[in-house]
Design a protein around this ligand. Structure first.
Ligand SMILES: Cc1cc2nc3c(=O)[nH]c(=O)nc-3n(C[C@H](O)[C@H](O)[C@H](O)COP(=O)(O)O)c2cc1C
Ligand code: SF4
Length: 569
């Protein structure tokens, strides 16, 4: 569908019918896919599709004022397409450019470091109808911003890791990964060797290795840097994982927001095939066959969840599966599948070269190796930092030039909010476990704004499959809106706490389980930020029921006394 849309700009009803006929499936199934993904359009968007990244860090850099400025210049309202069909402007969830924001996507390509002047230039290019391909390449410059490296963010000669794995043998390589005590870097920290062994021992000859490059957690962008500058480590890591498991096929599931990386990665894969680092008999080793395909996502944070990602890879809406069975047994197309984070796979190359025991010497006893951290917000040097596990939060803050810090949101919107009295804690699975994001808030920031932004994020990104999350995230957002508007009371505050607890206990997947974290943490640690907004002493209904009944009265043609809640005295 993405490829069709690249040609036709949107998916018309005729296209939906043709696709359904071609695949021999009901048209409703095609429609359900188009409607699920934010970047698939069933109505024509503007020829220039502008999406403002709406993470709190973009807002802290002034994105709201820039959005207003652009709407004014283009004489548009947010979410509207101009009458001539030229341009549409809207918001989208974090685009993974927090170290160089505010950022937008123009026809899926990232434009960074927005300023009022840059907005004016873009508006002028739109006015004269300049094709996006002809815009200055400086608009689309995405920097790595690597500020600190240890072992992973270093050059690795192509083929060296593959040769080392071949020398080690399939079982030997698996043993080295287990010996390294490598744990998944996507958030959950599951032992990678155990996972690979599970897939290796699962029945069947067809198995898959999937690189999870969805990186949708707000504030996280370290996988973007790995894929841009250290793709050799990631792609060879996939091949080595395939070698250990007995898999011949891999996929990179690349988030739609990273469209700018696609051609470069495709070229890297092509080069690997030419140099026999992919394909059959890799590096001349008979029986070592492996190839990689890139699958582009189409907008949807939930598609980073392993089972939802595999659903999406199969061409369906990305909704999490019911487990068990685990993906290691029944994954892509019902076959044993490994879904690993980009950083985890890059570490596999490292382990192949230096051996598991040497790798395990870095970090702590239960969190071995290094960790990449994406740093944004109020600091002098935002970017990607590599540390050995066990580093303290205060050391990281010092290195990036963060002063007088009020709070750090670690692990994105679904993570934890730490205050200065907790900065001696360590980044490690046994202490502060994180997929790798630090969003820093200085003394002038209002933490309510961050929690409010995250509440909107979760309500927008909930896939709608289970009621606790679908309804819970919507109620949470509405309550936060109400409090922001000054109509909240202590009743709402209590409701927010109950809601966070309810979603955590009853949701089907990690999105719903963590959707209340930020609001709950902010309430616990920054209660005054809420209290000063609670102007109502008693409960005020969030909606005016009398007004809400108006459409029903119109449809039924009734306007008698019984059709009103409040009757004249
Ligand atoms: C809502 C949600 C979003 C997720 N997004 C990502 C993601 O973007 N990248 C990622 O590697 N893991 C993500 N995960 C974790 C994956 O489900 C999975 O645990 C991970 O890809 C496994 O790889 P690892 O063992 O290398 O950590 C997400 C989980 C949830 C619940
Ligand atoms: S918790 Fe949310 S995202 Fe996960 S399945 Fe339920 S509705 Fe979907």
């Amino acid at each position: 569908m993405r490829e069709i849309q690249e040609e036709s700009d949107w998916i018309s009803p005729e296209i939906e019918r043709e696709v359904a006929e071609g695949l021999g499936i009901p048209v409703t199934r095609v429609q359900s896919v188009v409607q699920f993904y934010s970047f698939l359009y069933d109505k024509p968007p503007g020829r220039y599709r502008i999406l403002f990244s709406d993470n709190i860090t973009d807002r802290m850099l002034g994105s709201s004022a820039l959005l207003e400025h652009m709407l004014k210049r283009l004489k548009l309202r947010r979410g509207q397409t101009s009458p001539d069909g030229a341009v549409s402007v809207d918001l989208t969830s974090c685009t993974g450019m927090c170290d160089q924001g505010p950022a937008i996507l123009v026809n899926n390509f990232a434009v960074t470091r927005l300023t009022p002047r840059r907005i004016d230039e873009i508006c002028e290019l739109i006015r004269i109808g300049a094709p996006v391909a002809e815009w200055s390449s400086d608009f689309f410059r995405v920097d790595d911003n690597i500020r600190r490296s240890e072992t992973l963010l270093t050059h690795l000669e192509p083929g060296v890791a593959l040769d080392a794995a071949i020398a080690c043998g399939r079982q030997g390589m698996l043993d080295e990964i287990k010996r390294s005590k490598l744990r998944g870097r996507g958030g959950a920290g599951f032992p990678t060797g155990t996972k690979l062994e599970g897939a290796r021992n699962a029945p069947g000859a067809e198995k898959y290795i999937v690189c999870n490059a969805d990186e949708g957690e707000p504030g996280t962008f370290k996988d973007r840097v790995l894929l841009n500058s250290y793709a050799v480590r990631v792609l060879e890591g996939m091949a080595i994982a395939g070698f250990a498991v007995g898999s011949t096929k891999g996929f990179v599931y690349l988030r739609g927001e990273y469209r700018h990386l696609l051609d470069k990665l495709q070229a890297e894969i092509e080069l690997m095939r030419e140099e026999r680092r992919l394909g059959t008999a890799i590096r001349g080793c008979a029986g070592f066959d492996f190839d990689i395909e890139i699958h582009m996502g189409a907008g949807g944070y939930i598609c980073g969840e392993g089972t939802a990602l595999v659903e999406s890879l199969e061409g369906k809406p990305g909704r999490p599966r019911v487990r068990p069975p685990s993906m290691v047994q029944v994954g892509y197309l019902g076959k044993p599948t490994i879904v690993d984070n980009v950083e985890t796979l890059a570490h596999i190359s490292e382990i192949a070269v230096e051996g598991g025991a040497s790798f395990a010497k870095r970090g702590t006893h239960t969190s071995t190796g290094t960790k990449l951290i994406s740093i944004s917000g109020d600091c002098e040097r935002p970017g990607v930092y590599e540390y050995r596990f066990g580093v303290t939060v205060s050391r990281v803050l010092e290195d990036c030039g963060a002063r007088a810090v009020t709070a750090v949101q670690i692990g994105g919107a679904s993570g934890v909010c730490l205050t200065p009295d907790e900065f001696s804690r360590r980044i490690a699975f046994e202490d502060v476990s994180t997929a790798g994001a630090f969003m820093i808030f200085g003394p002038d920031r209002d933490l309510f704004d961050a929690a409010h932004n995250f509440a909107h994020f979760f309500a927008h990104e909930s896939c709608g499959f289970c009621t606790p999350c679908r309804v819970g995230t919507a109620i949470q957002r509405n309550i936060m809106d109400k409090i922001a508007e000054g109509r909240g009371s202590r009743y709402e505050v209590n409701d927010l706490m109950r809601l966070a607890d309810f979603m955590k206990k009853n949701s089907h997947c990690g999105l719903g389980e963590t959707a209340g974290n930020a609001v709950r943490d902010t309430l616990n640690k920054f209660r005054p930020a809420f209290e000063r907004r609670l102007h109502a002493r008693d409960f005020v209904p969030a909606i005016d029921l009398e007004t809400a009944l108006e459409p029903a009265r119109r449809i039924t043609g009734r306007d008698d006394a019984d059709a009103h809640l409040v009757t004249e005295a």
